[in-house]
Write a protein that binds this ligand. Sequence first.
Ligand SMILES: *Cc1c(COP(=O)(O)O)cnc(C)c1O
Length: 391
Amino acid sequence: MSDNLQPETLALHTGIHRSQFHEHSEAMYLTSSFVFDSAAQAAARFSGSEPGNIYSRFTNPTVTAFEERLAVLEGAETCIATSSGMSAILACTMGLLSAGDHIVASQSLFGATVNLFNNILKKFNIDTTFVSATDVDAWRSAIRPNTKLFFMETPSNPLTEISDIAELARIARMAGAWLVVDNCFCTPILQKPLELGADIVIHSATKYLDGQGRVLGGAVLGKRELLMDGGVFGFLRTAGPTLSAFNAWVILKGLETLKIRVEAHSENALKMAQWLEKHSNVTRIFYPGLESHPQHDLAKRQQKSGGGIVSFEVKGGREAAWRVIDSTQLISITANLGDAKSTLTHPATTTHARISQEARDAAGITDGLLRIAVGLESVQDLQTDLARGLG
Ligand SMILES: *Cc1c(COP(=O)(O)O)cnc(C)c1O
């Protein structure tokens, strides 16, 4: 296909391998294994001298279609699909790192990622130093001779801090480390970390890539050499957290509408943020698309728009925040995000409840903080819904 196609076109026309039936929509290959014509062909497939499918823990045509489509959107040489976002991070770290290696990671990471680094990788003698997402000097100072990986998310959850991808990629490269960016919040529609110098992009496909809250999935993207020889694919193929054909198919179809969905989420979120910023019962607002955001200029440089997540602090602490949540009739009370339906969560008592009160206060995750993942409803209806408890 031509190199000049736009993302919305590529999302519809990449990864199509029609069967003998010439189906228009992509087929779903629900099979655990594949049949060989002969013993010699089986041997050739296993030795790798003949390309082709063997077993769905290794490869599956529906999963391959999803991988090709997402790779094109991220501008990556290779995409390896996984059963969830967490298994993408697990495969990336287990594939690339060995005992004795060191990670420098942003403090503002998804909770399960922090647990993985602190409690699981630590058992294998892989240490992590957590630093401020926005303090470039802190990243530089945390480097040790055995540092192999920089890991970050931008914008961060829930406070939408922006990390400078290009600058951190430069620092990582000088240290001989790889920069991994979890691009879940922006998706390739708003931000392309590989173009900015990152080595690897991680996705929780569970979020915007699916876009309707139906299935779990994940992906690791980057240079073929790094992912194949670096052991990421080998880890998955051996350990097993590969993406199922059914989930791959659902997300593959989700990608077809990714651009219009993400742009609509982002437009709605900006309108919600502008409205909340002026609301008399809102004390603080966190949204990179607002000029008042401390890193608005950096966000404008590396993201096409602010994205779909808005956090805000209400007057009156936990009680007031819970009142807003419990008064909604439309917005779902759930910690998930990236769904067409808006979701609302109270980080201090859910996603960040296991962190001590002092650490939460220091991080800015106060008792009055709420996070809304703005969906595709009418903004006016969402405002009416929030106003029930917000006043
Ligand atoms: C949800 C999420 C993950 C984990 O993804 P799962 O698909 O739930 O395993 C990782 N990073 C970010 C930023 C997320 O929001």
